[in-house]
Design a binder for this molecule. Structure first.
Ligand code: DOR
Ligand code: ZN
Length: 430
């Protein structure tokens, strides 16, 4: 139901409008209103922050095929709980989202659940096999704007060049999102390759695996002019390559996850499988380079890589546990606690990287602001000081959080999707 409501004296943080100020924000008929309707519900928002709904470029919803880990309904409820109004759903489902029928099925499930807009990502190669290009044209017609073989890199430079060249020919702008880890360098690897992998006796995934794919892809994108997006950057060297490419005008964007902005490979000393992910947590120098790159615009967006796995899957010895951490319900609080409070990011830059920039990369014009009269009321209201502990149960079906047990500050009070509450008084409404 679309509400008639006014958030009184909220701190409106709206990067695209360049606004950070305290004011009343009114919503009616699904859009932002210039004035509060006389019969509007009044919500005291003093001390709360009102921002564009967050947008996640990198969510694994697991449906179809792995509904024991997550479903579109539970994943989008987790998204709403975390303040998100739109997520891009990765293609590594079973079957793979490499055709229009699967894409449409995921979108229908999301519409039925009603918690969050879902933008399905299409596979670059058929069945993620890294050999033949998927039916990209058919998926573009079905509304897909981002393609990715996430979970692995496009294996050869030639295939990437074919995909980028093909993508460029569509009448709409299409982005290729790359999971940058060279397969030949990471085979069997469990965590970042370095002193820590040696001391723990775990096989390593070297930072160079990321650097070589980032450099390769940028060279190809420079030559053929397609739009490249780099997923979950994790290393200082890769960041340097991206910084130089942007200075040269190459059309490349990049994301980083909350866990790579906070964690390091020293966190693996307890063999906590919730901290096993691809790419892996690296060194403090890498983490600090990622923070600096996010602050200076080299990295455009924060993306969760929400990767739900079942308890019995993560509860195995380290080598056998699947990689990934959930992230939708903790991203905002992790960013506020670990980046905004210490002054690494301003609040305006944090919201830009969590909402406005990802919306633009995704081509989600109704999301990410600006929150101006007449625009869709896709927004989040949160209490920046509210402290809580990361613990189950989550709105997500999974509980494999890399931040489990941590105290964080920043709690979502309301999320609105087109003027309807998906979270009210801190609880998902559906
Ligand atoms: O940690 C990860 N988990 N990295 C990936 O690239 C894939 C993801 C998953 O699907 O679980
Ligand atoms: Zn990935």
């Amino acid at each position: 139901m679309s509400e008639r409501v006014v958030f009184e004296q909220a701190r409106l943080v709206d990067p695209l409008a360049g606004v950070d100020e305290v004011r009343d924000v009114a919503v009616a008929d699904g859009v932002l209103a210039a004035e509060a309707p006389a019969d509007a519900e009044r919500i005291d928002a003093r001390g709360l922050i009102l921002a564009p709904g967050l947008v996640d470029l990198h969510t694994h919803l697991r449906e179809p095929g792995e509904e024991h880990k997550e479903t579109v309904a539970t994943g989008t409820r987790a998204a709403a709980a975390g303040g998100y109004t739109a997520v891009a759903a990765m293609a590594n489902t079973d079957p793979v989202a490499d055709n229009a029928a699967i894409v449409q099925a995921v979108r229908d499930l999301a519409a039925a659940a009603g918690s969050c807009d879902v933008f399905p990502v299409g596979a670059i190669t058929r069945g993620l096999d890294g050999e033949a290009l998927a039916e990209m044209g058919e998926m573009v017609e079905a509304g897909v704007r981002v393609f990715s073989d996430d979970g692995r890199s496009v294996p050869t430079a030639r295939l990437l060049r074919n995909a980028l060249t093909y993508a460029k020919a569509f009448p709409v702008e299409v982005v290729l999102a790359e999971h940058a880890e060279d397969a030949s360098l990471i085979e069997g690897g469990q965590i970042h390759e370095g002193a820590r992998s040696a001391s723990l006796g775990l096989a390593g995934r070297p930072a160079e695996a990321e650097e070589v794919i980032v450099a390769r892809d940028i060279a190809i994108a420079r030559a053929c002019g397609g739009r490249l997006h780099l997923c979950h950057l994790s290393s200082a060297r890769a960041v340097d390559v991206v910084r130089r490419a942007k200075a040269e005008g190459v059309r490349v964007t990049a994301e980083v996850t909350p866990h790579h902005l906070v964690g390091t490979d020293d966190d693996l000393v307890t063999y906590d499988t919730n901290k096993k992910m691809n790419p892996p947590l690296r060194t403090a120098e890498d983490r600090d380079a990622l923070r600096a790159a996010l602050a200076d615009g080299t990295i455009d967006a924060i993306a969760t890589d929400h990767a739900p796995h079942a308890v019995e899957e993560k509860d195995l010895e380290f080598d056998l546990a699947p990689p990934g951490t959930i992230g939708l319900e903790t991203a905002l609080a992790v960013v506020l606690t670990h980046l905004v409070e210490p002054g690494v990011l301003t609040l305006l830059r944090a919201i830009e990287t969590l909402a406005s920039a990802p919306a633009q990369i995704l081509g989600a014009a109704d999301h990410g602001g600006p929150l101006e009269p007449g625009r869709p009321a896709n927004l989040v209201v949160f209490d920046p000081g509210a402290e809580w502990t990361v613990e189950a149960p989550f709105a997500s079906k999974a509980r494999n959080s890399a931040f489990m047990g941590e105290r964080l500050r920043g709690s979502v009070r309301y999320t609105m999707l087109r003027g309807a509450f998906t979270v009210a008084d801190g609880k998902p409404t559906r």
